[in-house]
Write a protein that binds this ligand. Structure first.
Ligand SMILES: Cc1ncc(COP(=O)(O)O)c(C=O)c1O
Length: 393
């Protein structure tokens, strides 16, 4: 292996389809910015793949989350309920609205948001006043539920949808990491029969490390025309006239470019293949780690077909020295995220229900290389080095 770093990357793009052709078409036709045929085409095809009625393409998943929270009516000093363990983007988007995240732990069985804790938080820590829900401890209004589907799989969507319905809360699903996954055979944008509340929006991301990429980009998926129209309006500077500079509210410059959308169209053509490849990688790792007493392989919940976007293993020893060892051998591995409770802008400022499992995963779990295109030999090298590193401790 030698000492050269990052010889086996963690999760990098696979651009093996029509990317060059479609991007060249943008350059040849001069449609390089926010307007152009690929943006509309990408939105249409994404809606089909995700089973959503509408897709609104934006410059990032974070931007789409921000717009979704605005549409949900989240205001300063209110609260949005989300898992404690996630990439920081959804917590940041909540702060863009001036609101605060309420952090729920992760459940051990599938490494997704803990549904029992969510239910207890809503029933025991909240009170309804004048038709609104308030956190009894902070006194803040609870404005929305923001389940984040983690690591390529999906949380128990129906259970969260039932709670959101019961408490009449908007439901914003962060599906940034799980494009291509299904829950009870439903793709991420499909309507959820269990939800009968005020508003449901799903957000996804096409960041470079995702199962498919537009370089950078995201989308807001919605099933109601009015929601999609408002999302489009807000993400295109709230412009009401193409010829006059008339904007009817404060809008955002969040639109995806035609070049990025061209990449997206090409990548969407390969999404199924990418997902199947990721699943094959996961099953290979699972087979190798089966019976290894120190390693728990990435779980898959019964009702979910995961993309295994970021293959993760849980150890019975701390993961930090193992990650350091792997990185020194050129194998890009990462500890699972620092829980949001400990991320400086949120630490000591957010309400949390106790994050034992989130902390445990951060301390003991690690992400290992799983790019689309990783070779069987590389998978074996990763597994060999991982087991060797564990045996030294
Ligand atoms: C859970 C989650 N939400 C949101 C995002 C943000 O997406 P983007 O990087 O496109 O802004 C990401 C990752 O990129 C993510 O992992």
């Amino acid at each position: 292996m030698g000492g050269c770093k990052e010889e086996i990357p963690l999760s990098v793009p696979c651009l093996k389809g029509n990317e060059w052709n479609y991007v060249k078409e943008c350059l040849d036709t001069n449609w390089v910015s926010y307007v152009g045929p690929f943006v509309k085409r990408f939105e249409k095809e994404l809606a089909v793949v995700t089973d959503a009625r509408h897709a609104v393409a934006m410059s990032s998943g974070t931007a789409a989350l921000h717009v979704a929270l605005i549409l949900a009516g989240v205001k300063p000093d209110e609260e949005v309920v989300m898992p404690a363990l996630t990439f920081v983007a959804p917590a940041n988007a909540v702060r863009y609205c001036g609101a605060w995240p309420v952090l729920i732990d992760i459940q051990g069985c599938d490494w997704q948001m803990d549904i029992d804790q969510l239910s207890h938080f809503l029933s025991d820590s909240c009170v309804r006043r004048r038709g609104l829900l308030f956190n009894k401890i902070t006194g803040r209004r609870v404005a929305a539920l923001l389940p984040v589907h983690l690591l390529g799989a999906m949380c128990d969507v129906d259970a969260v949808a039932e709670l959101a319905t019961m408490y009449e809360l908007p439901l914003i699903e962060d599906a940034a990491e799980c494009l291509g996954a299904t829950y009870k055979n439903r793709p991420i944008g499909a309507s959820t029969p269990a939800y009968n509340g005020p508003l449901r929006i799903v957000v996804t991301s096409f960041n470079g490390n995702k199962v498919m990429t537009t370089g950078g980009g995201g989308a807001l998926l919605a099933n109601e025309n009015s929601v999609a129209d408002r999302a489009m309006h807000l993400s295109t500077t709230a412009k009401v006239d193409d010829f006059e500079f008339l904007h009817d509210e404060v809008g955002y410059n969040y639109r995806l470019t035609n070049i990025a959308a061209a990449l997206g169209v090409a990548q969407l053509e390969q999404l199924n293949d990418h997902v199947e490849f990721k699943r094959m990688v996961a099953h290979r790792y699972e087979g190798i780690f089966l019976g290894h007493s120190h390693i728990t392989a990435h779980p898959e919940a019964r009702q979910c077909r995961s993309t295994f976007w970021l293959y993760t293993v849980l150890l019975d020893i701390q993961s930090k020295p193992i990650v350091e060892y792997l990185n020194s051998k050129g194998i890009m591995a990462r500890r699972v995220w620092l829980p949001i409770t400990d991320v400086p802008p949120f630490k000591d400022k957010v309400f949390s229900t106790g994050c034992q499992m989130a902390n445990h995963l951060h301390e003991y779990a690690l992400n290992i290389p799983c790019s689309v295109g990783i070779t069987p030999g590389q998978i074996e090298t990763v597994a060999e080095q991982l087991t060797f590193a564990i045996s030294r401790h």
